[in-house]
Design a protein around this ligand. Structure first.
Ligand code: MSP
Length: 682
């Protein structure tokens, strides 16, 4: 049995949760659920980091004891996770006795093994980063991490002999035993390790900081907060003698052992740490060397995420630009927030946060693409098939587009079916591959390709029309669309768990979410009841002047369009604004040559002059409607700035605009009058 042990950073209990924290936990939650879909056993931990200077200062500012302060703050994190539909198996606090025991035992072992030494030390100390810097590290005399002031401190301290593990660490990364994703982050760590690795100060004198775990061999000192915090990943699964205490404290929630192994032996080899790029050094240098010194294996895998930015600047409490995830959750619901976080940000890269972008994601992906697909399909079932999944008629073929949708669905779950990515997606990967590489944004984009393909099927096969003349043809389309929806919902469950389950209910599937190995196209039973239901996702409108992010002062400025008093009578699907329209570079083109494309029934290859923009090769899917002779020498309308793409091994560098007539023929849009090639159309 393959397993997956996911951890989030344990969040500082010095302030309320913000969107960066919500992101980390949501990504880890979604990855955990994807591993469940892959048939793995999972264990998922999060928690709070409750010692150290920052926490002590936050408590001092509030005039309460650090313990009272962390007791209050940890609750805000603990309550947030279920509210965001994340489902950690364990919430660990570093002030729990079971964890303090682990830290002290680990310290004692390193001390006994002479891997900790007492030394006198001086350096520039940054309170904000809680660490010493050398003179050359400073930037303009300030802390290079936080930009805050530093002070010169001289004191005796205890040092972990980290330098001894430099080469073993390099070996672990280079051999792939420590897999750091995305790969550029592994290079960053290796780059850091090109300089000699120093020893690590792991104590703080109580005279300066009392809020920490006392060193077992010197009562005048407490443990450096990172040494303490990183060990939570071991405590949580019962390492270092925590197993019995875990069982007593957590009961059924404790990680369990397997195959005669302890819970630590079961889970540790399967660990995947999720963390932000700002805490890469602590996780990928301090932590593995600590583990090696303790005789344990370094972490198996890391997923290093980027930052949510506001106007290209990192959100931080000190800048006062943090976004409150609870505010957004209250306004749009947890599923929309999860969707936005997971779909908008490429794992590992930075992304700009804006409420406008969140609204757009909701309207485009959820309300339009997914919501409409489910709604339209279910409506036909309701109106024409007595509210029941239609029976597949014998001997009726699937339309080519429907076949490609089916192939895509089966390909996504890992079936070995030939599948060619077309139009909207340049490349599509099976889910197990993108999940293994932790490219969850790609997983979601690929599943949305299936959703879009199914919408194209509805648009092209027109079951709402054919049902009146050829009910069997409509039954084929609808049955397979329902299956496609079932596949898509199952595959989107890790991102939007409640919605996915609601969609399954809506299409008459009562078998629940299935591991991919049990997902079979064609299992949806004919005759299953498809209940009536309303829209799955409200559409939102961003009011003029309402801006991104600052949810606190933008309260309820967004109302679902449907309930707006001043909403226009017409319903516009996926409206775009003027700027988006102006982004389209539409031009008059003159077709200089046209010829059929070998082995393609549909494509014509055109050479088109766009005047000042030069020549373009355009592959147009019109061979069944137009002859080359009908095009050569004529003027057409071209979308000139469409991303070029390859079809049948040839580049298509623009799109010919066509209108579809009532009988399904395609006719070119032509300028009425003497507009020269290259003229702009707006
Ligand atoms: N307590 C330490 C972690 C110890 S783990 C043994 C800590 N806590 S934190 O609360 O400051 O940050 C936790 C996580 O939130 C980090 O991974 C950090 O990258 C992430 N984020 C904080 N701000 C962020 C954004 N603006 N965007 C995305 N994530 C960011 O560090």
């Amino acid at each position: 049995m393959t397993r997956f042990y996911a951890t989030t950073p344990i969040y500082y209990a010095n302030g309320k949760p913000h969107i960066g924290h919500a992101y980390c936990t949501t990504v880890a939650d979604a990855a955990t659920r994807y591993h469940q879909l892959l048939g793995e056993q999972t264990y998922f931990c999060t928690g709070t980091d409750e010692h150290g200077q920052k926490v002590q200062e936050a408590a001092d500012q509030r005039g309460i004891s650090p313990q009272q302060h962390v007791d209050e703050l940890q609750a805000t994190f603990r309550e947030l996770w279920p509210a965001l539909h994340t489902a950690p198996d364990q919430f660990i606090r570093t002030t729990e006795p079971r964890h303090e025991g682990v830290v002290q035992r680990a310290l004692q072992q390193l001390w006994d093994d002479k891997l900790i030494e007492k030394r006198s030390f001086s350096g520039w100390y940054s309170t904000s980063a809680e660490r010493f810097w050398t003179e050359k590290d400073l930037v303009d005399g300030r802390c290079p991490d936080t930009g805050q002031a530093v002070v010169w401190l001289e004191e005796a301290n205890y040092f972990f002999l980290m330098s001894r593990f430099q080469q073993p660490l390099i070996d672990a990364i280079e051999s792939g035993r420590m897999r750091i994703l995305p790969a550029n982050r592994a290079n960053e760590v290796l780059g850091f390790l090109r300089e000699p690795l120093l020893d690590l100060c792991i104590s703080r004198p109580k005279s300066r900081l009392s809020w920490g775990i006392e060193l077992p061999f010197d009562a005048d000192f407490v443990t450096y907060v990172w040494f303490d915090a990183l060990l939570n990943y071991v405590t949580a699964i019962g390492g270092y003698g925590a197993e019995a205490e875990n069982a007593a404290v957590l009961g059924d929630g404790a990680a369990s052992g397997a195959d005669g192994l302890s819970s630590f032996e079961t889970w540790w080899p399967k660990v995947c740490h999720f963390l932000g790029k700002d805490i890469l050094t602590t996780h990928a240098v301090y932590w593995p060397t600590m583990l090696m010194a303790l005789g344990l294996a370094p972490p198996r895998q890391y997923c290093v995420t980027g930052w949510w930015l506001m106007d290209d600047t990192k959100m931080s409490k000190s800048l006062g630009n943090v976004v409150d995830p609870l505010g957004l959750k209250d306004k749009y619901g947890p599923e929309v927030l999860r969707w936005f976080l997971l779909r908008e940000m490429a794992v590992g890269q930075d992304a700009n946060f804006s409420e406008a972008a969140l609204v757009k994601r909701n309207n485009t992906d959820l309300a339009n693409d997914l919501g409409n697909l489910v709604q339209r399909t279910a409506a036909i079932v309701d109106q024409h098939f007595g509210g029941q999944v239609p029976t597949l008629p014998e001997g009726r073929a699937l339309s080519p587009l429907l076949q490609s949708a089916q192939a895509l669905g089966r390909y996504l779950i890992g079936e070995d079916v030939p599948f060619e990515a077309t139009a909207s997606a340049q490349q599509v990967w099976p889910v197990d591959k993108t999940v293994d590489e932790l490219k969850l944004h790609v997983t979601l984009a690929d599943v949305m390709t299936l959703v879009q393909r199914l919408n194209q099927v509805l648009a092209q096969d027109q079951p709402f029309k054919t049902v009146k003349t050829d009910k069997d043809a409509a039954a084929v389309t609808i049955y397979h669309c329902l299956e496609g929806i079932r596949f898509a919902a199952n595959l989107l469950w890790p991102a939007i768990p409640e919605t996915a389950e609601a969609i399954l209910t809506r299409i008459g599937w009562s078998g629940g979410i299935l591991p991919l190995s049990k997902l079979t196209w064609g299992d949806l039973p004919a005759g299953a009841k498809v209940p009536k239901g309303g829209a799955l996702f409200p559409r939102y409108k961003l009011e003029d002047g309402a801006d991104a992010g600052k949810t606190a002062d933008a309260k309820q400025k967004h109302a679902p369009i449907a309930t707006q008093q001043d909403a226009p009578e017409v319903h516009i699907d996926n409206p775009i604004d003027y700027a988006q329209f102006m982004a389209l570079d539409l031009r008059v083109g003159e077709v200089l040559s046209a010829e059929p494309v070998k082995k393609s029934k549909k494509l014509l290859r055109l050479q088109v002059s766009l005047g000042e923009l030069g020549m373009r090769q355009i592959l147009a899917g019109v061979a069944e409607h137009l002859t080359p002779a009908q095009l050569i020498g004529t003027k057409i309308q071209v979308l000139a700035n469409l991303q070029p793409r390859k079809l049948m091994g040839m580049w298509s560098q623009g799109m010919m605009m066509l209108a579809e007539t009532a009988d399904g023929a395609l006719v070119p849009m032509r300028p009425d009058g003497d507009a020269p090639a290259g003229s702009k159309i707006a």
